[in-house]
Design a protein around this ligand. Sequence first.
Ligand SMILES: [Zn+2]
Length: 344
Amino acid sequence: MRPAQLDRMLTEARARTPWLRAGSSVPQQQVIRDFGRSRAKAHKDIEARLPMTRRAGMPTYKTKREALPSLNYTRRGFRLKDGRLHLAGGIVLTVVWSRALPAEPSSVRVYQDSLGHWYCSFVVPAQVQPLPATGQALGVDWGVKETATTTSDAHDLPHPEHGRKAQEKLSRYDRMMARRKPKTGQPASKGYREARKLRAKAYKKVARQREDTGRKWAKKVVRDHDAIAVEDFRPKFLARTTMARKAADAAIGATKAALVEMGRKHGRDIRLVHPAHTTMDCAHCDARAKHALPLGECTYTCTACGASSPRDKNSARVMLVRAGLNPAGADGGRPPGALLQEAA
Ligand SMILES: [Zn+2]
């Protein structure tokens, strides 16, 4: 349903219902719009997933937005005064600022996280902080053993091991929750709620570590390169497999997001490259192998030009070529001629 339609329905409902009329209309309008948007999104996701859900025979679906309270206020719904946040409907909040706002915010979202803590997140126009030009370009390929393999050895990012211990903890809490799971129709027990809280806490810790590692790496990559070609990895393709795979997926997701964000912040040229056939193409002569390289095979050898290089390094160079960036300008990369001689 369109927002204007929803607004009209709200106006009618307010005219008929005294208790609804007693509240401020701005947050009510926002809740309905948010809800409409989340339904549209859930609907689209369900459609996209239908073939799989049908096979699995479990068509339940719940978005995070619906599960946890969250409210969005646009410009006429909030104002800041003396460091306090005034929301439509006469609500005044004391905010603990994580950092000063760099510009006038256009909207704010007030939400509760899985641990029950409340946060305000402000939308502020992005300001580009340019960095000095380096004349360097980088290709980035995502993977399980190494989160990022790049065309520069100095910028590879191994899979962070700190996730493993936390991962063990996570699966322990998963089992704990499964054991204490309430029967259908029964309220959740204290033990179940406790396990759920512990799991949420452990998960949050891993997520924070991932973000931190991703941001530090992204900062270095963005500082050292003007243009970066990145595999446009979509984590959901690999989801629902092993624990290690899931952890790698999450690490890639967080790292990619950090890189895109950091690139935008510093005005760098970030190009997302479609991931299809990247293990089949030769980065040197552009020939495509007849078959995908088997997962156990660590070296890519081109049957057309004879070039041979580590599998992930070849993929990282393919990113550069596909993004239209000159691989010869990539730091750490050897010119194709050198590789040819080596292979001969
Ligand atoms: Zn080749």
